[in-house]
Design a protein around this ligand. Structure first.
Ligand SMILES: C[S@@+](CC[C@H](N)C(=O)[O-])C[C@H]1O[C@@H](n2cnc3c(N)ncnc32)[C@H](O)[C@@H]1O
Length: 731
């Protein structure tokens, strides 16, 4: 788990292994429950703070606006999209949501009615002589059956009454009273388990809504309290359980789209609209995904008559996949996404406006008019082409970032508008600074040479030393933790933890989009082949696997069969021959199928790469059975429950023959398994899970059926047991 305290005894060779352990996430020991709660409450207070901060958001003049800041957030923060609709942004309350819901419900009812009429008409043409005779196999309910159906099933309360499962209200210790929507006990089904084989981690989103209730018969107890488990699930998933709440309108995509189009013209606040939509149609993905889906549906169902106003509106909503709310989306192959990473400039086009904004407008400046000529592609052009150097001066960077890094757009349509946001200088003066930072041709821009490796390494080490000093003062000597190096930066100007636009906390990597001479960019190593296992190798020192983007020499002789670099094993995806067999300790285990030597790489522990929060949620189910989750400090979890490789079968031992070492591969933290000694084929492999005593007691000594939480409480069961015992004694 993310905040696992120092482990009892750990054979890991990793220097900072205390950050990580095979997670016993969700184990139902009291201490663990408390820690989950603590984490939840800490997270919620942090969220509250974030929310407050967002609500008080007022873009200041002069403020750099990062592209992500324009992305739609689920808050009542003021958004440009509302001004597009010609109304002011509104803050909203519960009553506002209710009103909005009513508006949507009306529209949805109309769409459903229209659809029903359409279907009826279709049927009428298909079966013009139909007189409800089902003799030809076309079964239709008789009038009587229709009534019975209505009476028994249309009203959910009556339905539940009939089924003897009524909604239950109860108080969870120390928490608020909640009403639990009841579910019917599912039919008996056979268990189905399979694991998808993986060769590398796959990134998974947070699943904020549970897609379906679990098969309760999977839980190995007879007296399981279904209602309590249901309540627990509702508390665990922020967006509830699919289909269990107000899912009044189970509709098709098309009907959902029609409802949206019906309500959109009267919309005063998009935040509110989406919030209410989600309340009514919870089955339509998580809250964060609705805007994206809206875009997709519009493209699909507008029948070629794409409404440009709507599209513009949708564009302004942006793709929430890019936001930080879904932490792992940002990690998709950025080395492909940013192929220009190694270049030191960006290209932008500036549209020359027709009207001057003021007396000090750049359009009135003769000197600038002459300079501009050098940036036109041809004499009649109305757009300047600029190659802007990323290493622009700090004094200019706020302005240039706001002007050029917005909306991922290449063309700046209104220079004066941005200049107005920075009134400390005139429009003409900002334009001059823009031209100062740019070249007119790629060739000129490329002419800036990359500094030598030795120079870059020297700058890097110096910057790291300075940072470390500062951190030591701030953290009072606390040990460095593993960090997430996939937050690559993408801005102009210098980098660093104190710099507004730079998300890189510790240092930049080759995947960052900053200038190639950036002082904070890790330059890789220059070791000869086969020498990178030594701690003297800068990559090894940083727990980074060598990369062909930074390290030239060690990978020079690399072939698909044989790696010339010994710090490249996980990138290559090497895996020793290992089979699954009956363990000498518990359940299945992993056995060698070839001889290995000491300190040999066995393979990477792969699975679904999820956020720590998602790991916690999944852990709630795993505590009922078995856990395959590895926690990676603050970088999330690797869960091999549903997908993984053979290394998921390694059991725990206090005398392990393998150990774990964590390495960054392409900036992402990954788990490597290594041997502690030479071994022969046939031997079973073990690692030390580094569990806390509570977790060990839970997962190693307690049968799964005894781990099941009886939230409604144990008392009736205990009393039942006592009664039985006294009966027996009497006999
Ligand atoms: C990653 S799995 C290991 C493979 C597992 N034995 C199987 O059959 O799939 C971890 C689970 O194995 C079991 N386990 C591992 N080491 C154990 C040990 N030393 N004693 C008891 N159970 C153990 C626990 O149930 C634990 O949650």
């Amino acid at each position: 788990m993310t905040d696992t305290p120092p482990m009892k005894k750990c054979a890991h060779r990793t220097r900072r292994s205390s950050d990580v352990s095979l997670s016993a996430t969700g184990a139902s020991t009291p201490s663990n429950q408390q820690s989950v709660k603590r984490r939840v409450s800490a997270a919620s207070s942090a969220n509250e703070k974030k929310k407050q901060k967002r609500n008080s958001y007022e873009p200041k003049k002069d403020q750099y606006i990062h592209p992500y800041d324009h992305i739609f957030h689920w808050s009542d923060r003021k958004l440009n999209v509302n001004s597009y609709l010609g109304v002011k942004s509104l803050r909203y309350s519960g009553a506002d949501i209710k009103l909005e819901e009513e508006r949507i419900e009306l529209a949805a009812e109309a769409v459903v009615k229209e659809n029903k009429e359409f279907v009826d008409k279709e049927f009428a043409t298909l079966f013009p002589d139909d007189n409800s005779d089902d003799s030809d196999g076309d079964y239709r309910l008789s009038d009587d059956e229709d009534v019975a159906d209505d009476e028994n099933y249309s009203d959910s309360e009556k339905y539940f009454e009939k089924a003897k499962y009524v909604p239950l209200t109860f108080t969870v210790t120390g928490e608020t009273k909640i009403t639990v929507p009841t579910v019917r006990k599912p039919y008996e089904t056979t268990k189905m388990r399979f694991v998808e084989p993986l060769t590398e981690n796959v990134y998974r989103n947070d699943q904020l809504q549970l897609t379906h209730y679990p098969q309760f018969d999977e839980f190995p107890v007879d007296d399981l309290d279904y209602d309590a488990v249901t309540a627990f699930l509702h508390r665990t998933f922020p967006n509830g359980v699919h289909g269990s709440w107000r899912n009044k309108f189970e509709t098709s995509d098309e009907m959902f789209y029609k409802t949206l189009m019906a309500v959109l013209p009267g919309t005063k606040n998009l935040d509110l609209l989406y919030h209410a939509l989600f309340n009514i149609f919870p089955s339509y993905d998580a809250l964060e995904e609705v805007p994206k889906m809206f875009h997709r549906l519009h493209k699909k169902y507008s029948n070629g008559k794409v409404d440009s106003e709507i599209l513009e509106l949708l564009d302004s909503l942006k793709d929430p996949m890019k936001t930080k709310s879904l932490p792992y989306f940002k990690k998709f192959p950025f080395d492909v996404k940013y192929p220009d990473t190694r270049k030191n400039f960006i290209v932008r086009y500036i549209k020359i406006t027709e009207e001057a904004c003021s007396e000090n407008c750049y359009l009135h400046d003769d000197e600038l008019a002459t300079r501009m000529k050098g940036f036109f592609d041809h004499p009649d052009s109305k757009e300047l082409t600029l190659c802007i150097l990323k290493s622009t001066k700090r004094q200019y960077s706020d302005f240039l970032n706001t002007l050029l890094m917005r909306d991922d757009k290449d063309v700046v349509k209104n220079f004066c508008q941005t200049a107005k946001l920075f009134p400390k200088d005139s429009c003409a003066s900002w334009f001059k600074k823009l031209l100062d930072s740019a070249s007119a041709s790629y060739i000129d821009a490329m002419a800036f040479q990359q500094k030598s490796y030795a120079r870059r390494m020297e700058n890097f080490r110096h910057a790291q030393k300075e940072d470390k000093k500062k951190r030591r003062e701030q953290n009072k000597g606390e040990e460095d933790k593993y960090e997430d190096y996939t937050t690559h930066c993408d801005h102009l100007g210098p980098c660093g933890p104190g710099v507004k636009n730079c998300p890189c906390k510790r240092f930049c990597t080759v995947f960052c989009n900053c200038d190639f001479n950036c002082n904070r960019k890790f330059p890789g190593c220059e070791c000869p082949p086969g020498k990178c296992q030594a701690r003297q190798c800068p990559c090894n020192e940083m727990d980074f696997e060598c990369s062909e983007l930074t390290c030239r020499q060690c990978l020079e002789d690399d072939t698909p069969e044989l790696s010339s670099c010994d710090n490249y094993v996980m990138t290559k995806g090497d895996l020793k021959k290992i089979r699954v067999g009956k363990s000498s300790i518990a359940g299945n285990g992993a056995f060698l199928e070839e001889d290995v030597s000491k300190e040999e790489f066995l393979g990477e522990y792969v699975g679904e790469r999820v956020s720590s929060e998602e790991g916690e949620r999944r852990g709630i189910f795993y505590r009922l059975n078995i856990s395959y989750t590895f926690a990676l400090a603050d970088s999330g979890d690797v869960d091999a429950m549903r997908a993984g490789n053979v290394l998921r079968f390694l059991n725990n031992s206090d005398e392990p023959n393998c150990y774990i070492k964590y390495n960054y591969v392409k900036g992402d933290l990954r788990i490597g398994f290594y041997t502690l000694k030479a071994m022969k084929a046939g031997e079973e492999l073990f690692i030390d899970y580094c569990y806390k005593p509570d977790d060990a007691a839970m997962f190693f000594n307690v049968a799964p059926c005894d781990r099941v939480p009886r939230i409604k409480d144990d008392i009736p069961i205990k009393e039942e047991k006592k009664k039985n015992q006294t009966k027996k004694q009497k006999k």
